[in-house]
Design a protein around this ligand. Sequence first.
Ligand code: GLU
Length: 467
Amino acid sequence: MTTSNVKTRFAPSPTGYLHLGGARTALFSWAFARHHQGQFVLRIEDTDLERSTPEAVEAILQGMEWLGLDHDEGPYYQTQRFDRYKAYIQQLLDEGKAYYCYSSPEEVEAMRETARAKGLKPKYDGTWRPEPGKTLGEIPADRQPVVRFKNPLDGSVMWNDMVKGPISIANSELDDLIIARPDGTPTYNFCVVVDDWEMGITHVIRGDDHVNNTPRQINILQALGAEIPVYCHLPMILGPDGQKLSKRHGAVSVMEYHHDGYLPDAMINYLARLGWSHGDDEIFSREQFTEWFNTDHLSKAAAQWDPKKLNWINSHYIKNLNDEELVQAVQPRIEARNGNTDGFDVAAVLNLFKDRAETLEQLADSAMLFFAPFKEADEELRAQVLTSDALDILADFKARAEKLDDWSVDTLASTIKDTLNEKGVKMPALGIPIRVATTGQKQTPSVDAVLALLGRDVVLERLNQVL
Ligand code: GLU
């Protein structure tokens, strides 16, 4: 396999779970790397010590693994890279591309106020910015300085965004960004810049909530003498109501979808269509997606979360599971319901229900018809269905069934037919009473299949009970 120099990254801040927006960003970065036979890096941006938690890191790693978004490098942790950031801050200070700023937060707020009052963009006013011929004030005692980046004053920053097209921002719009706090710790944008550069990221694919950071990051990259990556800002995902995603719709951990019975392949297929398309194709495998994925068909418009479509896709993937996959996916859910599968052909039971299930949870619920302890129909249902006519029909069926050598869907189907012919009745006249008698329920999948799976002993015993 040839490898290209394409290198992308997913760089979540572990302040919460891996939610759908993050998962979609991760997917597109991953797919872009895979499409180009490049590298995919996972980087945990955990410098916000107050908001980052080990649980969130764990949840993100778990989510990535569940979705099958494997990385080639990392996970890197920014908190383990402080030395690198500090070295570059020092380099910028030494080269006069950054400076110590002793203004207090109150003073900076006052500068902003003054600018606002003049109808200007609220900014730091450059008090401590060194310029040729400028004398700086006296350094206040006991004040730890921040380090500010010396943003260019003139000209503009330009980039050709893979989604948004050419973007140009005037430098006069940009502040002298703080790159180190008074305690010397580097700030967010600076860490991202150093990492993207040192890790050799060629394409930065991220949510468009970061588009305002891009011109700042490009200026710092330029000051460091780094190559500028290609940027790709993905539009947001909105809820079905056109509003920001809410907890009810997608703003939850992807692992909740696992819990609720969605298959990772279905999730990937669904997420792939959020802001990207390939003609009218709706269902495609992971391999097909990475083969097709390019940035030409990324949408500029926000994508909309559609739970009904996700269910439709999920049901498609459930239908296509083979026996082994089906059992593997559903067995734990049956165990969680205290189901007893002893003596059952579990795959056959699940196959009976899988065409109607939108989630694995629904499938497990339905399959409990077989795996839960038998519960007789309640009295009302019995009185309504197991009339003397119905019992007469059941008795005829039982007499024939008892004689069967081979207890199978086919032999049971013809036994049912014989009873219907003998009694001159239609299917419901036998179908409903026999369901109620043998499963305690009026509605089940096809009767012959249900009887075949319940097995001869169970069926005859339950018929005896009602007769
Ligand atoms: N850490 C940022 C976030 O989780 C992403 C930064 C980036 O992709 O540049 O939103």
